[in-house]
Design a protein around this ligand. Structure first.
Ligand code: SAM
Length: 194
C-alpha cells in the first residue's frame, strides 16, 4: 500500500518525465554500464530507454546494485538491430544523435535537445557501427583532450543527457508535465502498486 506521501512523490516524478528524451543502447554488454545508464536516465527524466541486446549474452544486462532500482522506473524497449531501431525512433519523430567520431561529427552541446531526441550509444568494445551512425540524423562527440581516445559509455551518456537536461530546464520543459493526465495517472498507479 503506497502512503499518500509516496503517491505524491511518484506523481511529482512522473510530472517531470520527458517522453521525448531517450537513449538507444546498441549492445552495451557490461551490466554495470547498462545499469548506470538507466540510473542517469531516471535522473534526467527519461520515460523509456531503448536497447539492442548484446548478440552474445542474450538478455539485457541489468545489475540492481548499480542501477539503484532505476530499472523499475525506466522502461526498456528492445530492438533486433541498431539500424532498424534508429529508423523506428525517427518514424516516431525523434532526431537520433549517434555518439560517433566522423567527419560530420559536432560537439555534443550543439544540437537542440528540446526537440524529441534519442542518443545512440555504442558497445564498449566497438562503438556505434558505421551503418547506424550513417542512419542517424547527426553524429556527436564529447571533445577529448587526454591520452585516452574514449570515455566509458555510461560517463558519455551522463555527460550528454545532462546537457539535454540543462537545455530542457531552461526551456521550462520540467515545469509542465509532458505526459497527459491519463497516462500520468495510469503510470502512477502502476508504480505505486507494482
Ligand atoms: N573502440 C570504441 C570506438 O572506437 O568507438 C570505443 C567505444 S566507447 C568505449 C563506448 C561508447 O561510449 C561509444 O560508442 C559512445 O557511445 C560513448 N563514448 C565514449 N567516448 C565518447 C566521446 N568522446 N564522445 C561521445 N561518445 C563517447
Amino acid at each position: 500500500m503506497a502512503t499518500p506521501e509516496r503517491y505524491a512523490k511518484i506523481r511529482r516524478v512522473l510530472s517531470q518525465r520527458q517522453p521525448t528524451l531517450s537513449v538507444l543502447m546498441d549492445e552495451v554488454n557490461k551490466p554495470h554500464n547498462f545499469s548506470a545508464i538507466l540510473r542517469t536516465c531516471d535522473a534526467v527524466g527519461v520515460l523509456e530507454a531503448h536497447a539492442v541486446p548484446p548478440k552474445h549474452g542474450g538478455s539485457l544486462p541489468t545489475y540492481e546494485a548499480t542501477s539503484g532500482s532505476a530499472h523499475k522506473w525506466v522502461g526498456v524497449q528492445t530492438h533486433p538491430d541498431a539500424v532498424s531501431a534508429v529508423k523506428a525512433m525517427q518514424a516516431r519523430g525523434f532526431q537520433v544523435l549517434a555518439t560517433h567520431l566522423s567527419e560530420q561529427s559536432v560537439d555534443y552541446r550543439v544540437p537542440d535537445y528540446t526537440r524529441p531526441t534519442c542518443v545512440l550509444l555504442g558497445a564498449e568494445k566497438w562503438g556505434v557501427s558505421g551503418e547506424a551512425a550513417a542512419a542517424a540524423d547527426a553524429n556527436i562527440v564529447i571533445p577529448m583532450m587526454g591520452m585516452v581516445q574514449s570515455l566509458n559509455v555510461s560517463v558519455a551518456a551522463a555527460t550528454i543527457l545532462f546537457e539535454a537536461q540543462r537545455q530542457r530546464l531552461s526551456a521550462g520543459m520540467y515545469a509542465r508535465p509532458q505526459l497527459g493526465e491519463e497516462a500520468l495517472e495510469r503510470l502512477a498507479f502502476e508504480w505505486a502498486y507494482p
